[in-house]
Design a protein around this ligand. Structure first.
Ligand code: ARG
Ligand code: MN
Ligand code: MN
Length: 334
């Protein structure tokens, strides 16, 4: 399956719960997967005609669970190069994130190689380092469509927050400096697969850090912001996005959906909400249109945080999360 001129068309979905919050400081995002499953997601996907393998809520064997919000940066037992020290020391829990994402990559790869379509429920968006690496190991020509308010492409130098959920794409695009030694913190990310910049496209951006804007420009990374959605409409934007990453419509597609791409009035329970987001229909349209390509091979639904709102807002966010997944897996309006 790794020489991928054969077009995949999985009939089985593997649902992976990834209760992980170590890529950002707010507790609760690790409860996203259990809420989505308890809302009936597995049944809903089966009703669309898929065979569903539920891979459980991963416990990340051997990984110390993140303590409630208060974590060291996890670098104390590792030798770091002095020139990079200052940058790496600002990262939050890099060893934990690297280890968890590595195990997620193996799980996603294994499902994909069995011909299944992995649906990963987050958890924070640092997990996409793992899911996309897993997809690229199984389908080396895969492209990525990243739906988000944020660009999540800060490097170890540009990050203001040190939160690795704002950085996964810098590791996937190999924008960080090479590890100075096998013992360095950066070496713990060496397993991450390489995604060429021209095989990434964004939709929904509206809160992009200054350093990230420079990175997008420098590497000519294609991004459709909310301004573009306003100007062209979502139908045209999805078509242009596909034309960029998938001009011949022959590449397997990994769709990574951060629920904060939706407007906070639609998906309030998330850690970094930004006003001016996608409407309910725009979010679903993206999923429906990608399903229609017949090229979807992996899906992430990330950043649902049931701890961050009142019960009704949580219910609303979890419900919309389930319906985005259904749309990506073929639910239609008629
Ligand atoms: N996956 C997310 N919600 N990311 C938010 C990232 C916010 C900000 N750009 C940062 O680097 O911290
Ligand atoms: Mn986001
Ligand atoms: Mn994100």
């Amino acid at each position: 399956m790794s020489s991928n001129n054969l077009l995949p068309s999985p009939k089985t979905v593997a649902i992976l719960g990834c209760p992980f919050s170590g890529g950002q400081p707010k507790p609760g995002v690790d409860k996203g997967p259990i809420h989505l499953v308890q809302a009936g997601l597995i049944n809903q996907v089966e009703e669309l005609g898929w065979h569903v393998v539920f891979d459980g809520h991963h416990q990340f064997e051997g990984v110390p669970p993140p303590s409630n919000g208060i974590q060291g940066n996890g670098t104390s037992d590792v030798v770091v190069d002095t020139a990079l020290d200052a940058s790496i020391a600002r990262l939050r829990s890099p060893l934990l994130v690297a280890q968890v994402c590595k195990s997620v990559a193996s799980a996603v790869q294994a499902h994909a190689e069995m011909g299944r379509l992995p649906v990963t429920l987050g958890g924070d968006h640092s997990l996409a380092m793992g899911t996309i690496s897993g997809t690229l190991r199984a389908y080396d020509q895969a492209c990525v469509i990243w739906i988000d308010a944020h660009a999540d492409i800060n490097t170890i130098y540009s990050t203001d927050t040190g939160n690795i959920h704002g950085m996964p794409l810098s590791f996937l695009l190999k924008l960080n400096p090479p590890a100075p030694s096998p013992d360095s913190v950066l070496a713990k990310f060496d397993w991450v697969s390489h995604l060429p910049a021209e095989r990434l496209v964004y939709i929904g951006l509206r809160d992009v850090d200054k350093g990230e804007k420079e990175i997008l420009k420098k590497h000519s990374i294609k991004a459709f912001s909310m301004h573009d959605v306003d100007r062209y409409g979502i139908g045209k934007v999805v078509e242009m996005a596909l034309d960029h990453v998938n001009p011949q419509r022959d590449r397997p597609i990994h769709l990574s959906f951060d629920v904060d791409a939706l407007d906070p009035s639609v998906a309030p329970s998330t850690g970094t909400p930004v006003r001016g987001g996608l409407t309910f229909r725009e979010g679903h349209y993206i999923c429906e249109a990608i399903h229609e390509t017949g090229l979807l091979v992996a899906l992430d639904l990330m950043e649902v945080n049931p701890a961050l709102a009142d019960a009704e807002s949580v219910r609303q966010t979890v419900t919309v999360g389930c319906s985005l997944v259904r749309s990506a897996l073929g639910e239609t309006l008629l």
